[in-house]
Design a protein around this ligand. Structure first.
Ligand code: AVJ
Length: 323
């Protein structure tokens, strides 16, 4: 299995993490890329977040899939090569794979190697007839797709969970333009998109009473201590989630409770009391707003499924037949 995995050498990953962390923490407004939430510990905490009463996206998207997966599979069509941005560990993937007609192969793409390997192994047991070709890579960059044994009639990218919300609007357009190139003329994109709603509901979803999201956020500091020789004292930082109406997004921050100095791989970083590190943006869209964004990327929304309360949407888009 490991040989199948297109791996980036571990120390290359450490170098990349260190460079990204220093670049973000040296800015006037400190930031850290949210993709670094997902080490083994972070992925475990995220699984716990998905089960929280306040965090509605996962269960709402699952409800939409349970109700409409058959129709989604029809839109994706037979003999399709299904690429998933993410590890494929979720039940969502199975709901789709169960209804796809003779999929050519399934290609999960994820940066978290452990999570990806484990998910691919479990899927192999459940879908012995399906060729599963995991790729350990960062899907925000162009990904070279492995060649399946059986030729595919069509390519489709599946991007659940509203992770597209973590990208800036320009970033989402660039990602979708990349999808259009990846799937080619007539290819498809199936994406989960969380919808704008009451800010109180959103802030609770990103700052749950049990403190799991706070632990998920603080784990980013613990990960730098583990992997980048940093000396963050987690007790000196506080989790904060706030709705930014102007940008239609939730912003997650780690707020320094005191004036302090932290060392990262020998580099000294100063924090003022109350200064924060922004660790994640989670954009929330209207249906019309997302359709406009997709058009800028050259993709057309063909079908939208939502829950009755229109809290979340799963959207089916196509790349034009001739680019
Ligand atoms: C996995 C990126 C979709 O932004 O809602 C959950 C991650 N952050 N709680 C999201 C997350 C805080 C989640 N995504």
């Amino acid at each position: 299995m490991a040989a199948l995995l297109k791996q980036a050498p571990r120390d290359l990953e450490r170098e990349r993490f260190l460079a990204d962390a220093l670049a973000g923490l040296r800015q006037a407004h400190k930031t850290l890329p949210c993709k670094y939430f997902y080490d083994a510990e972070g992925s475990k905490l995220f699984d716990q977040i998905c089960a929280l009463p306040e965090y509605y996206p996962t269960r709402t998207e699952l409800g939409i899939l349970r109700a409409h997966a058959a129709e989604m599979a029809q839109h994706l069509g037979p003999e399709t090569l299904l690429v998933e941005y993410g590890s494929g560990s979720s039940v969502k993937t199975r709901l789709l794979l169960d209804r796809l007609a003779r999929p050519a192969a399934y290609v999960p793409v994820d940066i978290s190697r452990e999570h990806l390997l484990a998910a691919a192994l479990a899927l192999r047991l459940d879908y012995p007839g399906l060729e599963i070709l995991p790729v350990c890579a960062d899907f925000t960059a162009p990904v070279a797709l492995p060649k399946p044994r059986r030729a595919a009639a069509r390519r489709a990218v599946y991007f659940p969970g509203s992770t597209i919300g973590n990208f800036s609007e320009a970033g989402a357009v660039a990602l979708m333009a990349g999808v259009a190139r990846q799937v080619g003329p007539g290819g498809a994109f199936l994406v989960g998109v969380d919808l704008a709603k009451d800010p109180r509901v959103l802030e609770r979803a990103y700052d749950d009473a049990a403190g799991v999201t706070a632990a998920f956020n603080l784990n980013l500091l613990a990960r730098m201590n583990r992997e980048l020789d940093a000396d963050f004292d987690l007790r000196r930082f506080r989790h904060r989630a706030v709705w930014a109406p102007g940008a239609s997004r939730i912003e997650m921050h780690l707020v320094s409770e005191v004036e302090q100095v932290v060392h990262l791989d020998g580099v000294e970083l100063r924090f003022e009391r109350g200064e924060s590190i922004c660790t994640e943006h989670s954009h929330k869209y209207t249906l019309a707003g997302f359709a406009r964004l997709a058009r800028r990327a050259g993709l057309a929304v063909r079908r939208v499924w939502t829950d009755p309360a229109e809290r979340f949407s799963v959207q089916y888009l196509e790349a034009p037949a001739r680019l």
